[in-house]
Write a protein that binds this ligand. Structure first.
Ligand code: MD6
Ligand code: FE
Length: 213
């Protein structure tokens, strides 16, 4: 095997202009990603952040990389430090960065160099309401989103919150690469169904790689 990520069998599906689904692209790398993730989580534990409106998010989050996405009463932003520990976010494991770059390239975005990785953990019933990812400085870079563990229904809408979203099932190992004309599309995750997955147990993990700075 030359690389954990060279998956010739990966199916490439166009979701929308600028957005591609790479089914199973991270399946081989998944166990390694999970062991690297365990080290990240030791240094920066999962926590439920609070929205600017005062709601506790049902999805638990943490970050690795040069900057991490945070939400609190003051708003949403990227911060170099973890507010929980006061320390810099843990460095992004090399296999994370490599996977993000290879997946982006596979989807037509050459030269993607992620500096931030937001890690989401969904337990049964957790969901992410429709939102745009707009806290990054430069919208010309795509976002690479890796699904691990329990399957979820991804909601993919349009440029307006009112556009009725499409529903797509994301399974463990699937990667969505999302940029260009789709970069500011509204999207979310439907309430997670209960289940058990050999990789993660009773949850879904999502890694979203961004160029935030
Ligand atoms: C998730 N993903 O899959 C949440 N954002 O758990 C996102 O919010 C997301 O998958 C931007 C681009 C791709 C995504
Ligand atoms: Fe998002």
């Amino acid at each position: 095997m030359d690389s954990l990520f060279d998956d010739e069998a990966a199916a490439r599906e166009a979701i929308a202009e600028g957005a591609t689904l790479l089914r199973g692209f991270a399946t081989e790398a998944a166990p390694r990603l999970m062991s690297d993730l365990a080290k990240v989580v030791e240094a920066a534990p999962f926590r439920h952040m609070v929205t600017p409106g005062g709601f506790r998010m049902s999805v638990a989050m943490t970050n690795c990389g040069q900057a991490g996405w945070v939400s609190d009463a003051k708003g949403y932003r990227y911060d170099a430090d973890d507010p929980m520990t006061g320390l810099a976010w843990p460095a992004m494991p090399v296999p994370f960065r490599q996977l993000a770059a290879v997946a982006a390239k596979e989807a037509g975005y050459e030269g993607f160099d992620a500096d931030a990785c937001l890690i989401n953990r969904y337990e049964p019933g957790a969901r992410l309401t429709l939102h745009q990812d707009r806290n990054e400085r430069d919208y010309s870079a795509p976002i690479v989103s890796v699904s691990l563990g329990l399957p979820a229904v991804f909601l993919f809408g349009g440029a307006s919150r009112k556009d009725r979203p499409r529903r797509m099932r994301l399974e463990s190992g699937d990667i969505v690469v999302w940029g260009g004309a789709a970069r500011l599309a509204y999207h979310g995750i439907a309430s997670l169904k209960d289940g058990e997955h050999p990789l993660t147990g009773r949850c879904r993990i999502n890694l979203t790689f961004r160029k935030a700075l």
